[in-house]
Ligand binder design. Structure first.
Ligand SMILES: [Zn+2]
Length: 165
């Protein structure tokens, strides 16, 4: 199914879409976290807002290291990836008040991985009345908030969490 036109996609179309290679390797190296929608950096992993979100606030956690096979992640990478997954849930709860979450890793293009060469964990906030998960994955969806606005609001909450730790 084709994506509908939506204004928040323009930044992606203008920039990231033309990019070849691996976004999970190239975006952190660019050192322009705001533009690239990188929300937070850990020691081994980072958090980025999905530019083709299934719902507003759709986040992804990926290791900095280019690794396509989930079973080959190192223990420390697994641990930090899931710790950051917990942080994402906490931050999204506070910032967007979702009623549920889907979390998961698509392994291989057949399973829906857009970037199958680099493992990443999806965190998708859910609200009553949004569509159920499979149609969300398969389909087209227009989202009300721009990606940049979502990034700004999540960034504020993430930094507030950092200060409380
Ligand atoms: Zn990569």
């Amino acid at each position: 199914m084709d994506q509908l036109f939506a204004p928040w996609r323009m930044a992606y179309i203008d920039g990231a879409d033309k990019q070849e290679g691996c976004i999970f390797c190239d975006f952190p190296k660019a050192n322009e976290d705001r533009k690239r929608l990188i929300l937070a950096r850990g020691e081994l992993v980072f958090v980025i807002l999905n530019a083709f979100p299934y719902n507003p606030g759709h986040l992804m956690v990926a290791p900095f290291r280019h690794e396509g096979d989930y079973e080959n992640l190192k223990d420390e990478e697994c641990l930090e990836m899931h710790r950051f997954g917990q942080r994402c849930v906490a931050v999204l709860k506070e910032a967007m008040n979702p009623q549920g979450f889907n979390m998961g890793i698509n392994i291989g293009k057949t399973a829906g991985a857009g970037f199958a060469g680099h493992v990443h964990l999806h965190i998708v906030p859910r609200w009553n009345g949004d569509t159920n998960f499979m149609p969300v994955i398969a389909g087209t969806k227009v989202l009300p908030a721009s990606l940049q606005e979502t990034w700004e609001s999540l960034k504020k909450v993430w930094e507030a969490h950092d200060r409380r730790r």
